[in-house]
Design a protein around this ligand. Structure first.
Ligand SMILES: *Cc1c(COP(=O)(O)O)cnc(C)c1O
Length: 428
């Protein structure tokens, strides 16, 4: 039997293989610290000369099992968990872009990420150029500067539901000598593996489908291990020149292309910012991963049924769901998400902001929540909530209008979701 297992088997069994007599389920190592016989033994860990555990802020076995499973699912060489999706995206970018650097980011991204880039990271001296997800190669080329260090986008944008042409974005990023970072939260590795399409780094808010039950906030970063940092030594000195805080270790030399990015993010960023995921939450993430492939199929089935219903309803102005043949992103969806996209769709009611609010108030199965992508159906009015900090122009660039409702199909019965929407639509 081949060593390389299929996706469903990795979801269930990846990352952790118990030895004779060891726990079948991933053990929760709820310990801040680890004991050593001598200070020399521990010193080797501090110098990154030996691998092992000494303090959970840097690494914990439970987290590592789960990160390894995620890396296997994404087809990457290394992975790490973070306390949230926000921390994952911050670390992924800050690991290679520092004060004075520049990043090209897709404008259709999660509101929290947009704010992180456009407000907070700008305060740190990092410049961003936002580009449309529909950019042509020539338009993308124009966004690059000599100090550009990365390109960032989402496989399926939250909440715009646009699908990114990952191959195009990867090709252009590589032409300019920088990696492509893809937030794969909505597609999950079950429906798309961006590394196979040329992406270099993948991030997740595990809070969404991966956890799947709304039980814990968390994030992850996976490195594809293919980007050749050494080829662009001057661009990425953090990875290719000595790190004084570890006696001059050079990450690409010591850990190779497959390990450099994640080791640096752990050894520097996790050490200094401490956005570690608790081992207890990592355990929940793993439980979620065990059924991810089964749940995603139902989310997609419900998503398509609900989108199809709304698409033909006279009170609905438009529906965005790449599974619909009429959708602008249908072709890209068929290419990158042939087995289905996810359960999240967005739609606009005919009328005003108030009509959107009334519709939502009258839903009984779908709950109003600042959340998406879990087992229970929920909905949100971005212009009033997650994206309320954005100006009108920024809203449009993010693919959001005042009557847009983000609707996240759970894994309930699709007909109950449709009946619920049909009744609520009668109220407007
Ligand atoms: C929710 C979300 C995030 C942020 O994740 P948190 O776990 O809430 O910090 C980032 N990216 C996408 C696409 C998301 O949906």
């Amino acid at each position: 039997m081949s060593d390389k297992k299929r996706l469903e088997t990795i979801c269930v069994q990846g990352g952790y293989t118990p030895k004779n007599g060891e726990p079948r389920q991933v053990p929760i190592i709820q310990s801040t610290t680890f004991k050593y016989d001598t200070s020399e033994d521990m010193g080797k860990l501090f110098d990154l000369e030996a691998s092992g555990y000494f303090y959970t802020r840097l690494q914990n076995p439970t987290n590592d099992y789960v990160a390894k499973k995620l890396a296997e699912l994404e087809g990457g060489t290394a992975g790490m968990l973070t306390s949230s999706g926000q921390a994952a995206n911050f670390f992924a970018v800050f690991n290679i872009a520092n004060c004075g650097d520049h990043v090209v980011a897709c404008s259709a991204i999660y509101g929290g990420t947009f704010n992180l880039f456009n407000v907070t990271m700008r305060k740190m001296g990092i410049d961003f150029t936002f580009v449309s997800p529909d950019s042509t190669e020539e338009e993308l080329d124009k966004a690059f500067k000599p100090n550009t260090k990365a390109v960032f986008g989402e496989t399926i944008a939250n909440p715009a539901c646009s699908v990114l042409d990952i191959e195009l974005f990867a090709r252009v990023a590589h032409k300019h000598g920088v990696p492509l970072i893809i937030d794969n939260t909505f597609a999950t590795p079950v429906n798309c593996r961006p590394i196979e399409w040329g992406a270099d780094i993948v991030t997740h808010s595990t809070t969404k489908y991966i956890d799947g039950h709304g039980s814990g906030v968390g994030g992850a970063i996976i490195d594809g291990g293919k980007f050749d940092w050494n080829k662009y030594k001057d661009k990425f000195p953090g990875l290719t020149t000595p790190d004084d805080s570890y006696h001059g270790v050079i990450y690409t030399e010591r850990f190779g292309l497959g390990g450099a990015f994640i080791t640096k993010a752990t050894a520097q960023l996790m050490r200094d910012f401490g956005s570690i995921q608790s081992p207890q939450n990592a355990y929940y993430v793993n439980l979620g991963l065990e059924s991810l492939h089964v749940r995603m199929a139902r989310h997609c089935e419900n998503g398509l049924k609900v989108a199809t219903f709304l698409n033909s309803h006279p009170k609905i102005e438009w529906v965005r769901y790449c599974g619909l043949k009429t959708d602008k992103y249908y072709e890209l969806g068929q290419k990158y998400l042939p087995n289905g996209s996810c359960g999240v769709l967005s739609f606009a009611v005919k009328g005003t902001r108030k009509d959107a609010e009334t519709l939502m108030k009258n839903l009984k199965v779908a709950a109003i929540e600042t959340h998406v992508a879990d087992a229970r159906t929920c909905c949100l009015h971005p212009a009033n909530t997650t994206h309320r900090q954005l100006t009108d122009e920024q809203l449009v660039a993010a693919g959001i209008t005042p009557t847009l409702i983000r609707y996240s199909c759970g894994i309930e019965n699709a007909q109950d979701l449709i009946d619920d929407l049909a009744e609520a639509l009668e109220s407007i």
